[in-house]
Design a protein around this ligand. Structure first.
Ligand SMILES: Cc1ncc(COP(=O)(O)O)c(C=O)c1O
Length: 377
């Protein structure tokens, strides 16, 4: 038998498991005839915020808009600075610049690829010495690949420097740090429901979660034209809403999230066991963290050769992300240059995301590993 093609991800497999439930939920929305900000969105906001361990949830159009609106709600705007990381999806930094603020990037922890609290502390000290700290308003850590950032140290630094924390939890639904769910540490937590996410809809969607009622109310205004009552606009808002159909689907998928995250952890263990001793750096799980493996990312100095070889064998891999944000043309005006973030830049050349999703079969994992082994030898 020839080789078998292994897809990076196959969303149809979960869909086939739940299609009857999905169709009846979608039918329910059509039969009610309400498509924007109805009962499904309210119910999902309540269910998902409870899942995260916070009081309020506000459904919005996407993860990017969740970040943007969360920063706006926190009062970030023109002339402010927000500290984040450069090894994330570009949306993290776009959301900052869309508010008129400037992203300041810090390097990452070499084990978990998330914001390095030492680098953060160093930057805060340096800015303070320059007398420029007042422009920094917020810290935006990213729970990358499903692994939480080091929230104990980050929250501690934020407190000491009187800064707001907004979490980018777009890749980490259900991940925990010291037993607590991500999204519940900062003033605001942001999620994406893009279809490939651990909790993904069948279209775009996002949510901001918060414990502060005042902020949830502001977010409700911001997402809907700043409208308090019909045609009464109290601030300059936007149109960014999770829709009823997506909310109805996400309510069903939320019921499977823990089970699917467990499945991800089990598959990650299988990969890890099979790759042991082959000289790759598999993902690390911090002892305080519970990883939910949005992606399974390994590291090798010979990344490009391996990726090309696997492609030839019909095995699809991706790189998250090949070009760090601080070196992207779109952010040229920030004046960053190569060498600014050594760890981020080095890892961008070495990381490789292997095919990974909860419904992946063990024989598919074996096929990937078998090919990796044959490439080494
Ligand atoms: C870390 C991170 N932040 C933000 C986003 C933006 O989310 P969306 O695609 O829903 O706008 C994504 C995903 O795409 C992401 O992975």
């Amino acid at each position: 038998m020839g080789f078998k093609v292994v897809p990076f991800i196959d969303l149809t497999r979960h869909y086939k498991e739940i299609q009857d439930e999905v169709f009846s939920a979608v039918r329910r929305v059509f039969e009610k005839g309400r498509f924007i900000l109805g009962e499904e969105v309210s119910a999902f906001e309540e269910e998902f915020s409870r899942y995260c361990g916070v009081r309020y949830g506000v459904g919005v159009g996407s993860g990017t808009e969740a970040l943007y609106l969360a920063l706006k709600a926190a009062g970030v705007g023109e002339g402010d600075e927000v500290i984040t990381v450069a090894n994330s999806f570009i949306a993290t930094a776009l959301a900052i610049s869309q508010t008129g603020a400037k992203p300041l990037f810090v390097d990452i922890d070499p084990e978990t690829y998330t914001m390095d609290p030492n680098a953060l502390e160093h930057l805060l000290r340096r800015q303070k010495a320059k007398g420029g700290r007042r422009r920094i308003r917020a810290i935006l850590p990213v729970h990358l690949y499903g692994h939480p950032a080091r929230m104990d140290s980050i929250m501690d630094l934020a407190k000491r420097h009187d800064l707001v924390v907004v979490e980018d939890a777009c890749q980490a639904h259900g991940a925990r740090y010291q037993g607590r769910k991500v999204g519940s540490f900062g003033l605001l937590g942001c999620f994406s429901f893009y279809p490939t996410k651990n909790l993904g809809g069948y279209g775009d969607g996002g949510m901001v979660v918060t414990d502060e009622r005042r902020l949830s109310e502001k977010l409700r205004l911001l997402r809907c034209y700043g409208e308090k009552e019909k045609y009464q606009h109290v601030l300059k808002g936007f149109n960014s809403r999770l829709d009823e159909i997506q909310a109805a689907i996400l309510r069903i998928k939320l019921r499977y999230l823990d089970q699917k995250n467990e499945e991800r952890r089990r598959k990650a263990e299988i990969y890890r066991r099979m790759l042991k001793g082959e000289g790759f750096h598999p993902p690390v799980e911090d002892e305080k963290a519970r990883h939910v493996y949005h992606l399974f990312v390994i590291r090798t100095k010979r990344r490009n050769g391996l990726q090309a070889f696997l492609k030839e064998k019909g095995i699809e891999t991706l790189i998250h992300y090949p070009g760090p944000i601080h070196l992207q043309r779109a952010f040229r005006e920030l004046g960053n240059s190569k060498g600014d973030l050594p760890m981020t830049e080095r890892y961008a050349k070495e990381i490789l995301s292997l095919p990974f999703f909860p419904e992946m079969t063990e024989s598919e994992i074996e096929e990937v590993v078998k090919n990796i082994r044959s490439w080494i030898r």
